[in-house]
Design a protein around this ligand. Structure first.
Ligand code: ITT
Length: 196
């Protein structure tokens, strides 16, 4: 079974990867490992930066061999906010402690009558050991809800209505989210590449 080092500290992502990649042994990014910088302007830049940073650190400090390093850069892109918060999704409204409050602030930024179209985007960077780094991506189109709804998932899930559903990702089960999410689609592309 291939062993993947998952270079992420986001508990929501880690839970989803465990469900989306059942045929892999996932090694979590250690608590004493450094924060991985993400200074790029695009999801792809940040995903590669995190994966390369994790590979370098693991090669010096890793406790077990792994077959590849995987990093995820993702976020919510809202048309009426010129694609924001986008790559800044994890840093949006950090003065607020809870995602419920951050979600409310995001919704309040939309003027009345604004276009509510939005999409979740996920870019996965994979560094095979040995091998050349590559990226895959996935997206899911939808609209912003008018209020925070549901407690499933994490982050912006309770304010995102995927196209074709009247419920937010916060109300839909993880099984349904995994049939259409940005991360699930990126994982499908990753599996195709790894099994080629
Ligand atoms: P790592 O860099 O350690 O992986 P992070 O949370 O900083 O964790 P990102 O920079 O990729 O990760 O930020 C992505 C943010 O976008 C994340 O914090 C969530 O708020 C949001 N996000 C991404 N995928 C999401 C999903 O499936 N559901 C809800 N929110 C999501």
């Amino acid at each position: 079974m291939l062993k993947l080092l998952l270079a992420s500290r986001n508990a929501g992502k880690l839970r989803e990867f465990a469900e989306l990649l059942p045929g892999f042994t996932l090694v979590p990014w250690p608590a004493d490992a450094p924060e991985l910088p993400e200074t790029g302007a695009f999801f792809q830049d940040n995903a590669l930066q995190k994966a390369e940073g994790a590979r370098a650190w693991w090669q010096a400090h890793g406790t077990e061999p792994v077959d590849a390093v995987l990093a995820d850069d993702s976020g919510l892109c809202v048309d009426a906010l010129w694609g924001g918060p986008g790559v800044l999704s994890a840093r949006f409204a950090q003065d607020l402690a809870s995602y419920t409050d951050r979600n409310r602030r995001l919704l309040a930024m939309l003027p009345e009558g604004a276009d509510r179209a939005a999409r979740f985007v996920c870019v996965l960077a994979c560094v095979p050991l040995p091998g050349e780094p590559f990226t895959v991506s996935g997206a899911v189109e939808g609209t912003l809800a008018f209020a925070h709804r549901g407690s499933q998932g994490f982050g912006y899930d309770p304010i995102f209505l995927p196209d074709g559903y009247d419920q937010t990702f916060g109300e839909l089960s993880s099984e349904i989210k995994h049939t259409l999410s940005h991360r699930a689609r990126a994982c499908t592309a990753l599996l195709q590449k790894l099994h080629r």
